[in-house]
Design a protein. Sequence first.
Length: 394
Amino acid sequence: MQEITNKIYYVGVNDRNKNLFEGLWPLPNGVSYNSYLIDDDIVCLIDTVEVDFFSQFIERIHEVIGEKKIDYLIINHMEPDHSGSIALIKKYYPDIKIIGNKKTFGMMQGFYGIDGEQIEVKQGDKIDLGHHTLEFYITPMVHWPETMMTLDTTSHMLFSGDAFGCFGALNGGILDSQINCDEFWLEMVRYYSNIVGKYGTPVQNALKKFTGVELEYICATHGPVWHEHLSKVVGMYDRMSRYETESGLVICYGTMYGNTERAAEVIARAASEAGVKNIKMYNVSKTHHSYIIRDVFRYRGLIVGAPTYNTGLYHEMDVLLAELSHKDIKNHLFGWFGSFGWASKAVAEITKWNDEKLHYEAVGTPVEIKQSLTAETKAQCEALGRAMAAALSR
């Protein structure tokens, strides 16, 4: 167990075994499931952990409060990695009162068949624990309909649910001031862009609710407790939810026999020679799409290319463009190219994606390569790279 401050304890767990978060996103450094316990006159548990880790979880709770009962369980978010232990907690503490908002309880019944004593809270409602006073903020679609946040007005500590979270297990330290956070910054961007990224407007609405509210700590359900770097974390969420980008370029491509990859290399070299310093290149069949999406969130320029396959678009590129369209990412410059052996289709399909779904600002002239690069198509690739560099410098 670890006391964060003022009898507020971290009782979360680490998962170093899961390969894919939500069955989708790679976890090379694991992930934490964070839960917090306030040992006040009225004992309050905030969120639970994934059910597979319940034995560790209950052991940590007992280390803090021994045989005392838990009076309240606050559920900020019903996703099962945070709500999965509710049924078992109720077996240990049958008189516990569950606090949530109107949408929380319908999900609780649907996931776990749980009823019992419930306290419904609305925006601005408060609960007194004795020394600590908790105030509730309803923040729908950050990133589920029922999400809310709980503010301890005594310690100026915000229990934020999945907001401000990131991938990565906690290797000993809990507070950001206790650890080297370098590995967490890009994992926060990857977490936000792939999980929360579609909901920029709800995130902005949530941030506005905390304008003028004093915060000393942010306790998310994944990743470190933010204290020393709190303003940086809030600033990152503000920028990402407004789809702000850095000046840079992501070039991602599919390739079967190397011809499309060679075209991507020519484009990258031309863009670099024209002054673009931040260039990220990805083979869409080799790099998991979550890392590509992360960098599309970071950089304003995007150039994609792929071969024609089965008289359509190369599968992994088709999937990536679908993922990007579902994220509703805005404010990007977009160029594209394609190749074919005997039936031209890739360039037309990418054009269709942009016209109908992505709606990015088109840059340069799309390049279509038949079989392999020629002097003419190489020059066209160079022109595309230079056009993107010029657009990024505007």
